[in-house]
Design a protein around this ligand. Structure first.
Ligand code: NAP
Ligand code: F7E
Length: 334
């Protein structure tokens, strides 16, 4: 139960990469933290295992309006962070309708539930730099028009505009954070950064022989997820709701990420990386570069982890993970 001064936060997608870092941050600030997970037949909560006893978990689904309304009515949050979504871009071409249901209309379901159950709660929507797609301006700011290039990007653009619309229609405190790519050792294995660092660790340990990748020339503005959840929280601490771009202001190619990761363990990437057209996308986002000036000025936000630090942090974490797993497997055989 919460006491009078303690704030309550509800996080959808709490067992995703960002949800786990945000839950840690809010706990460190003394919040009562509740999270929504969807029902699964197997345990999928590894990222929040270490804080499981400190948070409340509720089952609900972005596809099911009544389940969302019930959780909001039960928890009565002061702040709601809507992080749940189908977040992997290639899957959005394979499952475009489901992506729209989760990532687009799911936002309306959350906003409707909030409007009816707890209209004074502050709302954060996880918008994405993928909305800029085939960019119409470099760098991209809050004023850059959108040109999404995937069903995921299109769905996120809907989520962004419905958040703005509910703010303007119902005076909800609803913010949209337009976050550029952010990564960590908890990143899903199919995203390019973690795919690279996982492979580098396995190759170094003799557990894998090659790394198959798609477009090495794509450029992204990559930051550390731990820094980015701080920006989400800061947006909800302001007096007025607004939208903010969060990025580092630096852009790097996938190739640069590969080179730093392999160099870090003393390997030549050219011996291991194979370009496989299977990983090309039907429509690519070639260049993303955020302009976070507004967030820096208004929120006082800035990233702490550099691109180099991010890559090496992820390689080191994967080396540790796989060295430990190999050791456990060896002791099972012995
Ligand atoms: P993530 O690791 O894929 O986490 C997404 C979470 O959403 C997962 O825990 C997933 O649950 C949950 N979820 C998916 N469908 C759901 C449904 N129908 N009902 C309830 N929960 C559902 O993503 P992330 O990297 O933490 O990103 C968080 C949010 O920020 C996402 O909305 C993403 O699109 C957005 N975003 C991410 C980035 C980035 O670079 N990371 C940048 C901009 C925006 P399961 O664990 O059960 O799969
Ligand atoms: O791809 C290229 C690929 O899948 C980055 C999500 O969090 O950030 C993420 O979306 C780039 C693309 O992330 C492979 O073509 C090359 O250009 O790591 P990614 P993403 O598509 O940028 C945004 C901001 C979000 O909102 C999303 O939720 O890397 N690439 N070779 C590859 N990508 C993958 N996945 N796998 C490859 O083998």
């Amino acid at each position: 139960m919460s006491n009078k001064t303690q704030k309550t936060a509800l996080i959808t997608g709490i067992n995703g990469q960002d949800g786990s870092y945000l839950a840690e941050l809010l706990l460190s600030k003394g919040y009562r933290v509740a999270g929504i997970v969807r029902r699964s037949s197997t345990e999928t909560q590894q990222r929040i295992e270490h804080i499981r006893s400190k948070i409340e978990i509720y089952q609900a689904d972005l596809l099911d309006q009544s389940s969302l309304a019930k959780v909001l009515a039960d928890v009565q949050p002061d702040e709601v962070y809507n992080l749940a979504a189908m977040s992997f871009v290639p899957t959005s071409w394979q499952q475009p309708v489901l992506t729209a249901e989760f990532t687009a209309v799911g936002v309306t379901r959350m906003l409707e539930a909030l409007r009816q159950s707890c209209p004074t709660a502050k709302f954060y929507q996880a918008s994405s730099s993928e909305m800029y797609g085939k960019v119409l301006e470099v760098p991209q700011s809050e004023n850059t028009p959108f040109y999404p290039r995937s069903p995921y990007g299109v769905a996120k653009a809907y989520g962004h505009y419905i958040t703005v619309n509910y703010r303007e229609s119902y005076s909800l405190f609803a913010c949209s954070g337009i976050l550029f790519n952010h990564e960590s050792p908890r990143r899903g294995l199919e995203f390019v950064t973690r795919k690279i660092t996982d492979a580098v660790a396995k190759i170094k340990l003799g557990l894998q022989s090659e790394l198959r990748l798609g477009n090495l020339d794509a450029r992204r503005d990559w930051g550390f997820a731990g820094d980015y959840v701080r920006a989400m929280w800061l947006m909800l601490q302001q007096d007025t709701a607004d939208d903010f771009v969060i990025g580092t202001g630096e852009t790097h190619t996938v190739r640069e990420f590969v080179e730093i990761a392999f160099n870090h363990v003393g390997l030549d990437h050219q011996k291991y990386v194979v370009v496989d057209p299977k990983f090309y996308r039907p429509a690519e986002v070639d260049l993303l570069l955020g302009n976070p000036t507004k967030a820096m000025k208004t929120l006082g936000w800035k990233p702490d982890v550099s691109f180099n630090q991010l890559v090496t942090m992820m390689v080191d974490a994967d080396l540790k993970l796989h060295a430990q797993t190999s050791k456990e497997n060896l002791s099972k055989v012995a």
